[in-house]
Design a protein around this ligand. Structure first.
Ligand code: ADP
Ligand code: MG
Length: 324
């Protein structure tokens, strides 16, 4: 049994069904309605040393990433971040480490005006759990389940650099010295797409953030929306460092499967395409159309209009690819 089967079997079905839960288990965030014109979006994520980041990662990067991954889930719902809780487990009290970790945490909090309102501190192997909350106007959130056959598939930014950085850290490949810092910072300091999410709630039919790899995260949209998709491989937005280091074909495969991009993958109907493209361009957010949805309920890939087999899979806990 793997991560998603486990969640479904043990946690999704339960006896309690409250009316104030707008959306429960299964999306990037849950949504609850208390009163007034907003829903509260809630997400929890854990980062474990050696699983979600290499042991040698700097404390500032660990602090940054702990917050960024949760804000990224809020962005995927179109929610504006508001509050955070932080559960920190550290092996010992190391003041220098804690100062730098907090610098990473509070830099993002200040940028997005998110307040840390609670948490827990315990001793044990390094692990960080963040619960983030945000607000979306009632009926304006984005889910994984709203995509329709015929919708266009888009991604923000560039994908695959974080996976490239991991390959470099693990000694599988060598990145040219001049580009090392730039690529490793994509892994260590992901930028949550909060502004893009805010804009997309007016346009997108579905969205997810890319944490486990494009192929796996697109799978979640397709499953939740009962649609299929074709990805146009030559259109994947890959950095020049990535294609120079791996060659375009292998780079595209790594971009399909590599995790930790924290870009948004989203779909938009033909009718909303121009409005969405204009709104994001006006905010300086780069996006790329990488394919289209269909009614097949399977994911396919083409290169120069010819079908190519998918030989990779994304990240899943309890599978063979689940440590770094
Ligand atoms: P994400 O990658 O966006 O953080 P996940 O893939 O980790 O989301 O989780 C999928 C869904 O399952 C989410 O809605 C999450 O809240 C839910 N989930 C994961 N683990 C549990 C659990 N132990 N109990 C209840 N819900 C869970
Ligand atoms: Mg997510």
């Amino acid at each position: 049994m793997k991560e998603f089967d486990l969640i479904k079997r043990f946690f999704t079905e339960q006896g309690v069904k409250r009316k104030d839960v707008v959306l429960g288990i299964g999306d990037d965030c849950a949504l609850v309605h208390v009163s007034g014109r907003n829903n509260i979006a809630v997400t929890t994520d854990t980062l474990i040393a050696g699983v979600h980041f290499p042991h040698e990662t700097s404390p500032r990067a660990i602090g940054h990433k702990s917050i960024a991954v949760s804000l990224s889930d809020l962005a995927a719902m179109g929610a504006d971040p508001t509050w955070l809780s932080l559960a920190l487990t550290v092996p010992e009290i190391d003041e220098k480490w804690l100062e730098e970790f907090c610098a990473g945490v509070f830099e993002l909090c200040e940028y997005y005006n998110v307040q840390l309102i609670g948490g827990d501190t315990t001793q044990g192997p390094l692990s960080i759990t963040v619960t983030a909350q945000g607000l979306t106007p009632v009926d304006k959130h984005i889910t994984r389940s709203g995509a329709k056959a015929g919708d266009w598939l888009y991604v923000t930014g560039e994908i695959g650099d974080a996976a490239l950085a991991l390959k470099h850290i693990q000694g599988e490949i060598t990145i040219e010295d001049v580009f090392k810092e730039q690529i490793v910072s994509k892994l260590d300091y992901p930028k949550p797409r909060v502004l893009a999410g805010h804009i997309l709630r007016d346009y997108a039919s579905s969205a997810i953030d890319l944490s486990d790899g494009l192929i796996s995260d697109l799978g979640h949209i397709c499953k939740a929306s009962a649609v299929g998709a074709n990805i146009v491989m030559e259109d994947l937005p890959i950095s020049s460092v990535m294609s120079d280091t791996l060659g375009h074909e292998q780079a595209a495969q790594v971009a399909l499967s590599g995790g930790d991009d924290y870009e948004l993958l989203f779909t938009v109907s033909e009718d909303n395409k121009v409005g969405m493209e204009t709104a994001l361009a006006n905010s300086g957010i780069a996006i790329t159309c990488i394919g289209q949805l269909n009614a097949s309920e399977v994911i396919t890939t083409t290169f120069n209009k010819k079908p190519v087999p998918i030989t990779v899979s994304g990240f899943e806990h309890f599978s063979s690819n689940s440590t770094v």
